[in-house]
Design a protein around this ligand. Structure first.
Ligand code: PRP
Length: 215
């Protein structure tokens, strides 16, 4: 039987997923000793891990070259839905928020506001939900700079501890959406390898619950 191929978002989500695999009793030595290798075996040849950037995890799963993926809900909300989201893994918790220099009066007045964000689709959906017409400017990183430099009235961005906002004099105006890591599955894989995928997802969920109980 060929291994289930699972794309992991490199970095923190990769580490948390490996922690979960180890709690399930799967051998992750190859991942710990990976060097610059990007495709690695986990367990007894039952899983093959692929290390990729978040948006690419979705691309590989959508195209079926990976059966499964671990990716943040932020990337899912921004980059579409051509796959199944099968499990909330509980780690990588943070949130999308609307933030700006002043928390008051953002929603008053008729002038069209300018919003800077790395996540234009998330921002558009949020403001459409509010029935508010805004101008969205895409920024690639350190979005907090945009209102400080006078480019935008506010930002839609990820907030984890809140310290980036605080240290730059920005305040949360509204919560947009909660974020955590999700297990996603290719649509065809979930049909063709249903028992294996559901078995692995069930073991991951059980292990997640045990970890949460210990906290
Ligand atoms: C993210 C996010 C915020 C920061 C929030 O940026 O865009 O800037 O983390 O974290 P905090 O609430 O704990 O301060 P990241 O570090 O990924 O860099 P980037 O802005 O360059 O994308």
């Amino acid at each position: 039987m060929k291994p289930l191929r699972i794309a992991l978002t490199k970095g923190r989500l990769e580490k948390d997923t490996v922690g979960l695999f180890e709690a399930m009793g799967l051998d992750c030595t190859a991942v710990h000793e990976k060097g610059r290798k990007l495709i690695l075996p986990v367990g007894n040849g039952e899983i093959e891990v692929v290390l990729a950037k978040a948006a690419d995890v979705i691309t590989y799963v959508e195209h079926g070259v990976c059966d499964l993926g671990v990716v943040g809900k932020d990337t899912i909300l921004e980059h579409g839905t051509g796959f199944y989201e099968i499990l909330d893994l509980g780690f990588g918790r943070c949130r999308f928020a609307l933030a700006g220099p002043k928390e008051k009066d953002f929603f008053s007045g008729y002038a069209v506001k300018t919003i800077a964000t790395k996540y234009p689709n998330v921002a558009r959906t949020y403001f459409e939900g509010k029935g508010m017409d805004v101008r969205i400017i895409k920024i690639e990183g350190s979005v907090e700079l945009a209102p400080l430099l006078g480019l935008s009235d506010a930002i839609v961005d990820i907030v984890e501890t809140g310290s980036t906002l605080k240290e730059n004099g920005l305040k949360i105006i509204d919560d947009v959406a909660p974020i955590s890591a999700r297990l996603i599955a290719n649509i065809a894989s979930l049909k063709l390898r249903k028992a294996e995928i559901e078995g692995l997802a069930a073991r991951m969920e059980e292990s997640k619950e045990k970890k949460e109980e210990k906290k």
